[in-house]
Design a protein. Structure first.
Length: 304
């Protein structure tokens, strides 16, 4: 159902992204890692999950999905990967021995095992085509150098394992896209797919199909698309409010706009976390309330 708020997991559920699905799959089959970039609520998680499942069904890959939302350390990442591997429905043959023990319940980390070494051993122990989806990779920015070193080691050592990342264009994500000469991934950056909003035609088609699924008559696509643009998460939320929760039109649209504002503020605050000149960005945002030409923005910054 298109207006279900959960990320989509099958190709049949994912509207309007056939080209993007094929692009990511072809990059993985060609040996490249992939970064799916784009703003919040644009559908990055859904695309990642669909691609992982397509690779499983059609090409014999095994794989796991991991969200780094709230994960800040390599140790937390390691524990999360172990948890996902152990609960995976697909039997995975892991050649681990140094930092792990293998039992009936799966793999366990040995006491006093070093995190970075354990991650390298775990990734390099996989001897079959395997894809790991890491969602919100920018969240691990506090351990970015070690994380990038681990990825560089795995890229050089184990061609069987492929990574798909999603993230905002800050921190680790930015370094993955454009690795400097000092980076272990220099000269071999992941392929970048910048996930864009739906155009007007696709946005209206998405709303029409979602309403048809629920047998709801609707003729205000133009007004919704004008307010929400082509951000699929916001279109989905509006559809959920209007067609599933049965709110009236104005209430559904206004609530969707309020949720969108919250997400934008959260993203901006997250962006400011690593900035030393936060006040400059805040000043620019205040000025943008009144002007939009670059020369007027500069004049406003100088005046402040």
């Amino acid at each position: 159902m298109l207006f279900d708020l959960h990320p989509k997991e099958s190709r049949e559920e994912l509207f309007g992204r056939d080209y993007e699905i094929e692009y990511v799959i072809n990059q993985i089959l060609s040996g490249n890692w992939v970064i799916i970039g784009g703003q919040r609520e644009i559908g990055k998680t859904s695309l990642m999950k669909v691609v992982i499942n397509e690779l499983r069904k059609k090409y014999g890959f095994k794989g796991i999905y991991i969200s780094l939302r709230g994960i800040r350390s390599l140790n937390s990442l390691l524990n999360l990967i172990i948890l996902e591997l152990n609960k995976s429905k697909t039997q995975i043959n892991l050649r681990v021995s140094i930092n792990f023990v293998v039992g009936s319940a799966g793999i366990e980390l040995k006491r006093n095992a070093k995190t970075a070494n354990s991650l390298i051993e775990l990734f390099n122990s996989i001897q079959e085509d395997f894809v790991i989806g890491i969602d919100e990779v920018q969240e691990i920015s506090k351990a970015s150098r070690q994380f990038l070193d681990i990825l560089g080691n795995v890229f050089s050592t184990n061609p069987k394992i492929k990574f798909i990342f999603t993230g905002s264009y800050v921190g680790v994500t930015k370094t993955l896209i454009n690795p400097p000469a000092s980076s272990p991934l220099h000269g071999r950056p992941p392929a970048l797919l910048n996930l864009k909003p739906f155009n007007e035609e696709l946005s209206k088609g998405f709303l029409r199909k979602g309403m048809e699924e629920l047998n709801v008559r609707f003729d205000k696509e133009d007004e919704v698309v004008k307010k929400l643009d082509g951000i699929v998460g916001w279109l989905t939320l509006f559809g959920n409010f209007y067609a599933i929760r049965r709110m009236d039109f104005k209430e559904a649209l206004n609530l969707t706009l309020e949720e969108g504002k919250k997400i934008m503020i959260e993203e901006f605050n997250h962006f400011l976390e690593s900035k030393t000149n936060k006040q400059l960005y805040l000043t620019v945002m205040e000025i943008l309330k009144f002007v939009n030409r670059w020369k007027d923005i500069k004049r406003g910054v100088w005046a402040s």
